[in-house]
Design a protein around this ligand. Structure first.
Ligand code: HEM
Length: 466
């Protein structure tokens, strides 16, 4: 494909100054990206530099691959108003609805202000009880597996756990069997989201393909349950400590709240953004611990010292600094949201890099986090580098598992709390070992998940439950 055929032209003089990965005729680099997106973007930025134009072929145009933290800081923070979610995320609207994750401009700002109170300290404290109760349930299941010496798919187990946590934090612990209906509906919705992001052409929703029929049925089930729960709560007028309560009570500056449709879309947005991200991070943390005995021993040491046999509570998490560091290091090497993208509204210059109007910029945390320019021993697993927390100030955008700027993840505290509670509770009680020869492969979807699950043996350790 010639450079002039791109549907996203930069001014010619600026374009020619940047390295260009042309790829194959007609399809550009798309086949290589679909085959191995993580490897492709990592290799490309290592060989061609921190800013590269990537040809995606006739159907999809071109994107700008950026791994320079100064350029990313400008796009996500310095001049964030000039960068919208754009056409890549737009492909998800037909599946996930219009919500805070996909919205732009004033619409996004209103949604963010309405949703933020749902993640206040009071609601996080209430959510911590949901998290503790969920992991206690998982402990019971794992104790049985340990006794029977049965291997367990820990990825499936934490997926079930994190979905239960988000659904109960949204709707209250008494959501009961309706949680199962939501669980069943969410998977097909997420998987269609995966397909839509990278496949250049997807059949429109009205074409009765097998996946479209499955998606329509799943969305109908999800709507039935979610609208039902919203309706019940509106009618009862009851106040609770859950996220739905906060969303129902939220008012914008004109005193207006969210309509039922907006509530439904926000709720679905929170489920899809909060569930698999947290589960994959927990799974990769368990996998990394099983391969790094010294790190595992240091983590156990902290749990012995700070908790002994008692369950971790929200108030303990501040002192579990090594547990936190293990999770931060896991997200450096395996960021669940492996890439973040934006589309420029008007021409701009970001830290010296010209970015033309309508250019799609891709800023993969997966690539930034493995850059030897910003991280010593970038491929090594070393939680010690995070004992003081996340990098700050000038180094801030060398680490962006939760994004950055005004659109930084709204659920960052929620998920860190959940992951610390779950990891601490599980490691207090069990030792997990990968089944020999079963090193999990990565499957790149909207998140990066272990392709065939995370099969491990579980062994009870001496510290008992309080
Ligand atoms: C390990 C877990 C998680 C990771 C790695 C993660 C990562 C991210 C990232 C990278 C973004 C920014 C995307 C962008 O700028 O394009 C984001 C946004 C968001 N996340 Fe998370 N997330 C996690 C968990 C959660 C949870 C548990 C929730 C809610 C319960 C949540 C809710 C959101 C929302 C609402 C946004 C959109 C914010 C906005 O655009 O204003 N996330 N997340």
């Amino acid at each position: 494909m010639s450079a002039t055929a791109s549907p996203l032209p930069l001014p010619r003089s600026d374009r020619s100054a940047l390295p260009f990965a042309r790829g194959l005729p007609l399809v550009g680099n798309l086949p290589m990206i679909l085959k191995d997106p993580l490897g492709f973007f990592l290799r490309l930025s290592r060989t061609a530099g921190p800013v590269v134009r990537v040809n995606l072929g006739l159907a999809m145009g071109e994107l700008l691959l950026v791994s320079d933290p100064a350029v990313i800081a400008h796009i996500l923070e310095g001049n964030a108003a000039n960068y919208q979610k754009g056409r890549f995320y737009g492909r998800l609207r037909g599946v996930f609805g219009e919500n805070i994750i996909l919205a732009d401009g004033d619409d996004w700002w209103r949604r963010r202000r309405l949703a933020a109170p749902a993640f206040s300290a009071r609601h996080l404290e209430a959510a911590s009880w949901v998290m503790t109760s969920a992991v206690t349930g998982l402990v019971d299941t794992l104790e049985r597996s340990a006794r029977r010496r049965e291997p367990v798919d820990l990825f499936a187990a934490v997926m079930e756990l994190t979905l239960g946590v988000i659904v109960k934090s949204l709707f209250g612990v008494d959501v009961g069997v309706r949680a199962d209906a939501i669980t069943a509906a969410v998977e097909p919705v997420l998987r269609e989201g995966d397909r839509r992001v990278w496949w250049p052409v997807r059949p429109p929703r009205w074409v009765p393909t097998a996946t479209n029929r499955q998606l329509t049925a799943a969305l109908a089930d999800l709507d039935r349950v979610v609208y039902g729960l919203i309706d019940e709560r509106r009618r009862s007028g009851e106040r609770r400590e859950d996220i739905l309560d906060a969303l129902l009570a939220a008012r914008d500056e004109r005193g207006e709240g969210l309509s039922d449709r907006q509530l439904r879309d926000e709720v679905v947005g929170l489920i899809v953004s909060g569930y698999e991200t947290t589960a994959t991070t927990l799974a990769w943390a368990l996998e990394a611990l099983s391969r790094h005995p010294a790190v595992e021993a240091a983590l156990r040491g902290e749990l012995e010292r700070e908790l002994g046999p008692r369950l971790p509570l929200a108030a303990d998490l501040r002192s579990l600094t090594y547990t936190r560091a293990v999770l931060l290091e896991t997200m450096r090497l395996n960021p669940a949201v492996w890439t973040i993208s934006r589309q420029a509204v008007v021409d701009d210059v970001a830290a010296g890099v010209p970015i033309g109007a309508a250019t799609v910029v891709m800023m993969p945390p997966h690539v930034v986090h493995r850059s030897a320019a910003h991280w010593a021993n970038p491929e090594g697993f070393d939680p010690g580098r995070f004992l003081d927390g996340e990098p700050k100030d000038a180094r801030k955008f060398t680490y962006l598992p939760f994004g950055g700027g005004p659109r930084r993840c709204l659920g960052a505290h929620f998920s860190m709390m959940e992951m610390q509670i779950v990891l601490a509770t599980l490691l207090q009680r069990f030792r997990f070992s990968l089944i020999p020869g079963s090193l999990p492969e990565r499957a790149v979807t909207l998140t990066v998940r272990p392709r065939d699950g995370l099969w491990m043996t579980v062994e009870a350790v001496a510290t008992g439950r309080a």
